[in-house]
Design a protein around this ligand. Structure first.
Ligand SMILES: Cc1ncc(COP(=O)(O)O)c(C=O)c1O
Length: 367
C-alpha cells in the first residue's frame, strides 16, 4: 500500500532522541529544556514570527490560541466546518459558540464574504484554516477582523512551509497554530506550536501552557499542562532542517500528478491560490458531478490497487452528532465538497513510478 502520508525518519532523529535520554533533561517544566528552547527559536526563525511556543499537540495549540485571543463563555467564533474537528473543539473548550460558515469551492478554504456575513455583536474571533496546506485568503480576512475589532487564529496545522504572498502562512493572524502529528509534513510524533508576533499574547500563552504559573507553585490564572517533552523537541529540530527538502519532494510529486490528472475529464486537480505556495500536505482532487457513493467507490477501488487514497473530510463538522447543536445555516459548498473530494499520496516517500501508477489507475477507473 502506498500510504497517504508516512513519517520520514532516519538515524539523525534516532540519535537526537538518544542524546536527550543520555542528557537526563527530559522536560521543559521549569523553562530550562534546551531542546524545546532550540526548537522554538528555530521554528520562530523559519516562520518569521517573533515568538514560538512549543506544546504537546496541535489541538492544545488551538485551545491556547483561542483562550489567548480573549475568547470567553458566550462569545462567538467564526470558522469553517470543512476542517479537522480539533478546530471546532478549541472553540467549545473555551466555552464559546462555533459559528460555521461556507468555503470557497475552488480553494476549499473559508470564504471571506461568508465570514463578514456571519459577524454579530457576540463575535470575538475568526479561525481560518490552511486546509490541505493551501493558504487561506488572509488579507481580506485581516481587513474584516480589523474593521470589526476581531482577533484571528490561523489553523496552520497542515501548512508548514506554505507561503502566502511571499510570507510563511501565519503572518496575517494574531496567532498561528501548528501540528507535528505523525502524518504531518514534519513530525515529532505528537506535538504542536503556537506562533505570534505579539509580546503580551506570548506571555499569556506561556502561562496557559504551564498551569497559569507566573512562578513555581503560584498560579495567577487557569492553565493546563500543554508542555512539549524534550524528546519531541529534539526530533522537531532535525525534522525542521529537513522540511524544505520534504516540501520540494512533495511539490515535484504534486506537479507531476497534476500534469497527468489534468487529462482526465472527470477530475479537478488542486490549484495553488494566486500568489501562494502550498505545502502539499494533502493532494486533493474533486470528482466532478459525483455523489458520495460514486466517490467512495473510486476511493475503495484505489485502495484495492494498493493506493492509500483517503477522504478529508467525509463529514463536515456542523453535521456531526455532537456539533449539530451549533448548526445555524446550510453550507452547500462544504457539503458538496465533502461528497466529491479525495486525496492522493504525494509525500516524499512516493516515487515517480508510483505517481505514474496512481494517475494510470485513476485514468482507468474513471473511464
Ligand atoms: C486542520 C487541523 N487542525 C488541528 C489539528 C490537530 O492537531 P493534533 O492532531 O496535533 O492535535 C490537525 C491535525 O491533526 C489538523 O489537521
Amino acid at each position: 500500500m502506498i500510504p497517504i502520508n508516512a513519517p520520514q525518519i532516519d538515524e539523525e532523529e534516532i540519535e537526537a532522541v538518544i542524546n536527550v535520554l543520555k542528557s537526563g533533561i527530559l522536560t521543559n517544566a521549569l523553562g530550562k529544556g534546551p531542546m524545546v528552547q532550540k526548537f522554538e527559536e528555530n521554528f520562530a526563525k523559519f516562520i518569521k514570527a517573533k515568538h514560538a511556543l512549543a506544546v504537546n499537540n496541535g489541538t492544545a495549540a488551538l485551545h491556547m490560541a483561542v483562550v489567548g485571543a480573549g475568547v470567553k463563555q458566550g462569545d462567538e467564533v467564526i470558522l469553517p466546518s470543512f476542517t479537522f474537528v480539533a478546530t471546532a473543539e478549541a472553540v467549545v473548550m473555551a466555552g464559546a459558540k462555533p459559528v460555521f460558515v461556507d468555503i470557497n469551492p475552488e480553494t476549499y478554504n473559508i470564504s471571506p464574504e461568508a465570514v463578514e456575513r456571519a459577524i454579530t455583536k457576540k463575535t470575538k474571533a475568526i479561525i481560518a484554516v490552511d486546509l490541505y496546506g493551501s493558504p487561506a485568503d488572509m488579507k481580506p480576512i485581516r481587513e474584516i477582523a480589523d474593521k470589526h475589532g476581531l482577533k484571528i487564529v490561523e489553523d496552520a496545522a497542515q501548512a508548514h512551509g506554505a507561503l502566502y504572498h511571499g510570507k510563511p502562512v501565519g503572518a496575517y493572524a494574531d496567532f498561528a497554530c501548528w501540528s507535528f502529528y505523525a502524518s504531518k509534513n514534519m513530525t515529532t510524533g505528537e506535538g504542536g506550536m503556537v506562533t505570534t508576533n505579539n509580546d503580551e499574547f506570548a506571555e499569556k500563552l506561556r502561562l496557559l501552557r504551564n498551569h497559569g504559573e507566573k512562578e513555581k507553585y503560584m498560579s495567577i490564572m487557569l492553565g493546563h499542562n500543554y508542555r512539549m517533552p524534550e524528546i519531541e523537541a529534539a526530533i522537531g529540530c532535525v525534522q525542521l532542517n529537513k522540511l524544505p527538502n520534504f516540501i520540494e519532494e512533495r511539490r515535484k510529486n504534486a506537479d507531476r500528478l497534476t500534469v497527468k490528472l489534468s487529462k482526465i475529464e472527470q477530475l479537478k486537480p488542486p490549484e495553488e491560490p494566486k500568489n501562494c505556495k502550498n505545502s502539499w500536505y494533502l493532494y486533493t482532487v474533486r470528482l466532478k458531478n459525483a455523489n458520495r457513493t460514486k466517490r467512495d467507490t473510486i476511493v475503495e477501488q484505489l485502495k484495492n490497487k494498493g493506493i492509500g487514497a483517503e477522504v478529508y473530510y467525509p463529514h463536515p463538522i456542523h453535521l456531526m452528532p455532537y456539533y449539530n447543536r451549533f448548526r445555524k445555516r446550510r453550507l452547500p459548498e462544504t457539503e458538496k465538497a465533502s461528497e466529491q473530494v479525495f486525496s492522493l499520496p504525494v509525500h516524499p516517500g512516493v516515487t515517480v513510478g508510483q505517481i505514474d501508477f496512481i494517475s494510470e489507475t485513476l485514468s482507468h477507473l474513471t473511464k
